[in-house]
Design a protein around this ligand. Structure first.
Ligand code: 5GP
Ligand code: MN
Length: 337
């Protein structure tokens, strides 16, 4: 287990305070929900008063997990708290919850490019999920891992690694999963709740979106697009598109995916995914977004045709520079005596 100076500072800060508000990024995913709820259960085990406030509700499949329906959905952190623990956010604005800066802020994150917005900043880009960091903190707090905490930590890891597909997985990831299972987590039940909770509208919407998928001439980049009209026609909702971006990568030749989701008018949420060393995080950053090498996103406003071409071009560039690096490595290896 890591016992960095930051963890020790956070443990001290928690022991010295009573009322906590927890938050994470808007449009929460499994890691943000799992990290927050595991923290909430751990703090309550210490006798603390805890409220979790998020800008948006959890995706419907995550509502089945303990405590998730009790998360307060609000645009403002009303109430008096001694500290705000913010997980999974590069900056405070990512929460979509106003007023958190009034409190003593503890910033816990694993995304590259964190802006260190807290009074305490604990940043571990080596963690496969923020949930791994929460596990370390739970241990450092001396709280014994309950099945609720363990379930949320396992949920965070399972979803943020794309079911153990992405880079960032380490031996520590499996050590933590082992501890989670020893604490009583049922991995089959978690997977069923996360992945086998589709409604028919979601499956039909996936069908419509994937039928309209475009592939670049080299056959390596998939572009998918959804708008409100497509969702309505399929009988699905926008929440139902969660996870869709990962599907094109199940095709062997496809190396990267860009997914455009119309927000309103000509504003689009862009999600990207890639395999191996192809860095879509750098592409997202160019457009004011962020994320990781293999999973990143941003928001753009303008003509979708232009953005479609532009992102394919940028991702193509990322693939080529990766091809270049690999070729160089091969040449270098061949030169070895
Ligand atoms: P998703 O495609 O699932 O929305 O996001 C993938 C990853 O990129 C997540 O780790 C998320 O935190 C990050 N990400 C997505 N959109 C943004 C954005 O607009 N800004 C930043 N900084 N990160 C983003
Ligand atoms: Mn995460």
């Amino acid at each position: 287990m890591t016992t960095s100076p930051e963890i020790r500072q956070i443990v001290e800060a928690i022991h010295a305070r009573q009322r906590f508000v927890l938050s994470s990024h808007s449009r929460p995913d499994g890691d943000s929900i799992g990290s927050q709820l595991a923290m909430a259960y751990a703090l309550r085990a210490l006798g603390k008063d805890v409220e979790v406030i998020n800008a948006d509700p959890a995706p419907p499949p995550l509502m089945a997990f303990p405590g998730v329906p009790d998360v307060r959905i609000a645009p403002h952190a009303d109430g008096e708290f001694d500290a705000a623990i913010i997980m999974e956010c590069g900056d405070l604005a990512r929460t979509g919850v106003a007023g958190l800066e009034r409190f003593f802020v503890v910033n816990i994150d694993h995304h590259p490019g964190n802006s260190r917005f807290g009074q305490i900043n604990w940043f571990d880009p080596g963690a496969a999920a923020c949930g791994e960091m929460v596990f370390d903190l739970v241990c450092a707090l001396g709280v014994s891992l309950t099945v609720e905490m363990a379930t949320h930590i396992y949920l965070a890891i399972l979803t943020d690694t794309g079911s153990f597909h992405y880079s960032g997985i380490s031996p520590r990831t499996f050590d933590i999963c082992r501890e989670a299972l020893l604490a009583g987590v049922d991995p089959v039940l978690v997977a069923r709740n996360v992945y086998d909770s589709n409604n028919l509208g979601r499956l039909k919407l996936f069908g419509a979106v994937l039928s309209a998928m475009q592939i670049d001439p080299a056959g390596r980049i998939a572009t998918v697009y959804v708008n409100h009209e497509m969702a309505r026609a399929a009988g699905g909702t926008y929440d139902d598109t969660e996870g869709l971006v990962n599907l094109p990568l199940t095709v062997k030749e496809i190396q990267a995916v860009v997914f455009f989701k119309q927000a309103e008018g000509d504003q689009y949420r862009v999600s990207m995914r890639s395999k191996g060393l192809i860095d879509v995080g750098a592409v997202a950053k160019e457009f004011g977004g962020g994320g990781h090498r293999n999973a990143a996103g941003c928001t753009v406003t303008g003509a979708i045709e232009t953005f479609g071409k532009l992102f394919v071009e940028k991702i193509g560039g990322a693939i080529e520079s990766e091809d270049g690096r690999s070729a160089e490595l091969r040449r270098w290896a061949e030169q070895e005596p």
